[in-house]
Design a protein around this ligand. Structure first.
Ligand SMILES: *Cc1c(COP(=O)(O)O)cnc(C)c1O
Length: 349
């Protein structure tokens, strides 16, 4: 065992950030009320602001992104329906089977590296009223796509996919847990990225640094139904204005600095790519996530992750030879240079 390092550089996720003293002060000062009576002024203000940012008539606060996904599925589908989604999406991989358990849906995974085309969607889309096939009633686009390495779903392609869906009577949902990153990475507005979709979610617990909270936005009738399903899943809370204040703080202070997370991820990826034992597809390093592989001259992912942990750098195994590192507001450019050096050293046989 190496001596324990002075300071741990935690690149496991952008969810590990702790609310800063200034964010906590904003939370402490937030006016609150019982949200079940619609009386929390801070959450009402946040819901209005996020609806406006996303260009949707209404928005609803939910405790987690997972619940936003699950509520969206309840709103847009019926049990037995099929939902088209990019391969390795959060809604399929990381929600403990909730789509099947809650909405009763099954998924068809398509495309490559988090992205799919209108043609791929149409080829996977089952018609309604078929005597054998499960009807496709919704599609999901994850933007940015986590397992693909923070890949941005191109805005024009999302618009064409959603247009094809609409022509088939298929509802559209954007899992935008990292939509803020997608907007910054592609110089689009969040409103542009949200425009093609019936429902869109955004998270405040990732790059924006809040301790929790996601919002689901869309037309008023769908958001009214979402409110019922939020309650049904046990997600209706009370004085959540303290979370809303953290989200507002994130929008004001942390959204403008996301570009530096992306620059840090880029530099980290380029340093890893220079090692012949590590494989990084630099074209897919578009935001704050770096997913890379070790070749057979390097240790496997669990070994590499353990060596890095001993050297004070935390990353997560993403597959037998695949590792993920995520940048966020608690890591500096210098941290990322140090982390790259540790990762490269750990990749030596
Ligand atoms: C983190 C994440 C979620 C879920 O958010 P939680 O708040 O952790 O439940 C959903 N989708 C994507 C793409 C995510 O990265």
């Amino acid at each position: 065992m190496a001596a324990s390092p002075a300071r741990v550089i935690d690149l496991r996720s952008d969810t590990v950030t702790r609310p800063s003293p200034a964010m906590r002060a904003a939370m402490a000062a937030a006016p609150v009320g019982d949200d079940q009576f619609g009386e929390d002024p801070s959450v009402n203000a946040l819901q209005g602001r996020v609806a406006a940012i996303l260009g949707k008539p209404a928005a609803l606060w939910l405790p987690t992104g997972t619940m936003a996904n699950q509520v969206a599925l309840r709103v847009l589908t019926r049990p037995g329906d099929d939902v088209v989604v990019a391969r390795e999406s959060h809604i399929v991989w990381y929600e403990t089977g909730a789509g099947a358990a809650n909405a009763g849906v099954q998924f068809t995974e398509i495309g490559q590296h988090g992205v799919y085309t209108p043609e791929e969607f149409l080829a996977a889309c089952w018609p309604a009223g078929h005597p054998l096939n499960p009807p496709t009633t919704a599609l999901v686009i994850e933007n940015t796509h986590n397992r693909a390495g923070g890949v941005v779903f191109p805005a024009d392609q999302a618009a064409r996919v959603c247009e094809a869906a609409r022509a088939r009577g298929v509802a559209t949902y954007c899992d935008g847990a990292r939509l803020w990153n997608a907007a910054v990475a592609s110089a689009a507005t969040p409103e542009d990225l949200a425009a093609p979709f019936d429902l869109v979610s955004v998270a405040f617990s990732k790059g924006l640094g809040a301790p929790g909270g996601s919002l689901l936005a869309g037309p008023a009738d769908l958001i009214d139904r979402a409110r019922r399903y939020r309650r049904m899943q046990g997600g209706a809370m009370r004085q959540i204005g303290i979370f809303a204040a953290a989200a507002q703080f994130g929008l004001d202070h942390n959204l403008p600095r996301l570009a530096s997370d992306h620059a840090h991820a880029r530099e980290l990826a380029e340093r890893l790519a220079a090692d012949p034992r590590l494989r990084v597809d630099l074209a897919r390093v578009q935001s704050n996530i770096v997913v890379f592989d070790t070749d057979d001259r390097a240790p496997d992912a669990p070994t590499l992750v353990a060596r890095c942990r001993d050297a004070g750098v935390l990353v997560v195994p993403f597959g037998p030879r695949t590792i993920r590192a995520v940048t966020h507001l608690e890591v500096t450019a210098e941290d990322c240079r140090q982390a790259a050096a540790v990762l490269v050293a750990a990749a030596a046989p």
